[in-house]
Write a protein that binds this ligand. Structure first.
Ligand SMILES: Cc1cc2nc3c(=O)[nH]c(=O)nc-3n(C[C@H](O)[C@H](O)[C@H](O)COP(=O)(O)OP(=O)(O)OC[C@H]3O[C@@H](n4cnc5c(N)ncnc54)[C@H](O)[C@@H]3O)c2cc1C
Length: 429
C-alpha cells in the first residue's frame, strides 16, 4: 500500500549503507525468465536466492528499492513460532499439521543463521529474546506456554524467569515474569534484506528496482507488466505483503495493512545501554498491542509499538512513543528520540500466514501478521521447493484455511477497528 510514499528516514536507512553497486536499474523492454518474483522484501529475496541456487533464471521485480516494505523497517526480532497460538492452529489444521508448522518455524531460525553465515551478511545479529508478562494473568500464560513448548513440541532450552531472574535481562519494574529463548534473537532487518538480495544476485538472479508491477496475466506463460517493461515467465511468485495493492485483488482481500511504529533514541553510553538490557536480549511484551524493544549495535534503544489504520504525523508519533518508552524505562527521561518511522503489517483474520496458488504456476506468500522475520525466508525456500516440484512442505502452509476480511473494500477497515478496540480493552486487564 502507498507505494508512492518515499522510503522515510529511519535508524535503519541511516545505518545500512546502500553500497554503490547495489542500486539496480528499472525494468525496461521485454525479458524472459523461468521465474518472476514480485516484491523485494525478505520473502521475495529468499525465493529469488533459493531458485537461482537451483539453476532457475530469476527476475525479481521491486516497486521501489530492496527492503522498502516491512522488511526494511521492522523491529528486527527473530522469534520461533507463528503470530497465532499453537492451540488456535490445532483448531484450524489439526494436531499433526500444527506440529509441522511449529517445526518449520524452528527450521526457519536455523535457516536464518545459515543464510547469514553462508552469505556473510553483516546484519548485527545477536541471540536472546524475552517474552515479558505485564499482567498477572500473563504470568500463568507464560508458564503454560513454556510447558507446551517443552512437552508438546520438544522445544527445550527456553527458560521461565520470575520477576527477579528477569532483571538479569530487562531492568524494568514493569514486567512480572519472562520467557527467555536463546535461539531467538534480533538483527538489523534492512542490512539482512539487502544482504539476501546481494546473495540472490551472486547466485544469478536479476533484480529490477523502481519497477512497480501494474498487472499480470496468468496462463502457461504468465506475464507481468510494469510501466516500461514486461517479463514473461514459467512461474510467478507474489511477495508484495501489505504493499501489493490492486495487482491481485483475490489475495489482497485476505490481508489488511495495519501501521505499526518504531522510535530510535540517540546513542547511549555503552554501559548505560547494557544496564537496561544486560544480556542484549530483544523483548516483546504479552499484550495484543504490544511494546517491543532492543538495543542497536551502536547502543540506541529501538522501541516499537502502537498500531493505526492511517499514517501518523512523525512528530506526534515520536511524542506518544516516547511516553510508552518511559513507562518501561523511566530513567531515560533525558534521552532524545532521534528517529520515528512506521511500516505496514499484512495481517490475516486468523493471524496465521497465507501461502497459496492463484494458478498451478502462480504462487504467493503473505499474511505474516507481524511475525515474519523468520518465516519469510523460510517461505522463500519452501516456494522454491514447490516450483522445483516438491510442494509437501509448502502445502503444509497452504492447508491453513483463510477467510477474506468481511465488509468489502469500504467496510473491512472499520470492522477491523472494532475488533482492535476489543483487544485494546482486553490489554487493560
Ligand atoms: C514496524 C514493523 C515492525 C515489525 N517487527 C517485526 C519483528 O520484530 N519481528 C518479526 O518477525 N516481524 C516483524 N514485522 C513483520 C515483518 O517485518 C514482515 O512480516 C516481513 O518483513 C514481511 O516481508 P515480505 O517480504 O513478505 O514483505 P515486505 O517486506 O513488505 O516486502 C514487500 C515488497 O514488495 C514490493 N511490492 C509491493 N507491490 C509491488 C508491486 N506491485 N510491484 C513490485 N513490487 C511490489 C514492496 O515495495 C515491498 O518492498 C514488523 C513489521 C513492521 C512494519
Amino acid at each position: 500500500m502507498r507505494l508512492s510514499e518515499p522510503f522515510a528516514p529511519s535508524y535503519y536507512v541511516d545505518s545500512a549503507e546502500r553500497a554503490g553497486g547495489c542500486a539496480r536499474a528499472p525494468l525496461h523492454g521485454e525479458h524472459e525468465a523461468d521465474v518472476a518474483v514480485v516484491g523485494g522484501g525478505i520473502a521475495g529475496c529468499s525465493a529469488a536466492l533459493h531458485l537461482a541456487q537451483r539453476g532457475y533464471r530469476v527476475a525479481l521485480i521491486e516497486a521501489r528499492e530492496i527492503g522498502y516494505g516491512a522488511s526494511g523497517r521492522s523491529g528486527g526480532q527473530t522469534i520461533f513460532g507463528l503470530a497465532t497460538s499453537q492451540q488456535s492452529l490445532i483448531g484450524q489444521v489439526g494436531r499433526d499439521d500444527a506440529r509441522r508448522l511449529f517445526q518449520l518455524s524452528v527450521e526457519g531460525l536455523s535457516l536464518l543463521q545459515s543464510l547469514i553465515g553462508e552469505h556473510r551478511i553483516d546484519c548485527d545479529y545477536r541471540p536472546n529474546h524475552v517474552h515479558a508478562a505485564v499482567k498477572p494473568r500473563q504470568v500463568g500464560e507464560l508458564a503454560a506456554w513454556e510447558r507446551e513448548l517443552r512437552v508438546e513440541y520438544g522445544y527445550d532450552g527456553v527458560a521461565l524467569l520470575d520477576r527477579d531472574q528477569l532483571r538479569a535481562h530487562v531492568t524494568s519494574d514493569r514486567y512480572l515474569a519472562g520467557l527467555l529463548d536463546p535461539r531467538s534473537g534480533h538483527l538489523h532487518p534492512l542490512k539482512y534484506t539487502r544482504g539476501l538480495s546481494i546473495a540472490a544476485e551472486s547466485a544469478g538472479a536479476r533484480i529490477f528496482e523502481n519497477s512497480q508491477v501494474l498487472r499480470y496475466t496468468a496462463g502457461a506463460q504468465p506475464r507481468v507488466d510494469c510501466a516500461a517493461g514486461v517479463v514473461r515467465c514459467k512461474h510467478l511468485i507474489f511477495c508484495g505483503g501489505a504493499y501489493l495493492g490492486p495487482v491481485a485483488p483475490k489475495i489482497a482481500r485476505r490481508i489488511l495493512g495495519v501501521g505499526t511504529y518504531i522510535v530510535a533514541t540517540e546513542p547511549l553510553a555503552p554501559e548505560r545501554a547494557r544496564a537496561l538490557l544486560p544480556s542484549n536480549a530483544a523483548v516483546a511484551d504479552m499484550n495484543w498491542i504490544l511494546d517491543y524493544f532492543r538495543l542497536s549495535a551502536d547502543h540506541r534503544l529501538l522501541f516499537g509499538g502502537r498500531v493505526s489504520y492511517s499514517a501518523i504525523e512523525p512528530r506526534q508519533l515520536a511524542v506518544s512513543m516516547r511516553k510508552r518508552l518511559l513507562q518501561v524505562f523511566p530513567s531515560l527521561g533525558d534521552v532524545a528520540v532521534q528517529r520515528a518511522w512506521g511500516g505496514y503489517l499484512d495481517i490475516t483474520m486468523s493471524r496465521a500466514p497465507n501461502f497459496g496458488r492463484l494458478a498451478d504456476n502462480v504462487y504467493y506468500l503473505q499474511g505474516f501478521s507481524g511475525h515474519g522475520l523468520v518465516l519469510t525466508a523460510l517461505g522463500g525456500k519452501l516456494v522454491a521447493e514447490a516450483v522445483a516440484g516438491t510442494a509437501e512442505r509448502f502445502d503444509v502452509f497452504t492447508r491453513i484455511p483463510h477467510r477474506d476480511f468481511p465488509g468489502g473494500a469500504l467496510l473491512r477497515r472499520p470492522a477491523l477497528m472494532l475488533a482492535m478496540l476489543y483487544y485494546r480493552l482486553r490489554d487493560l486487564f
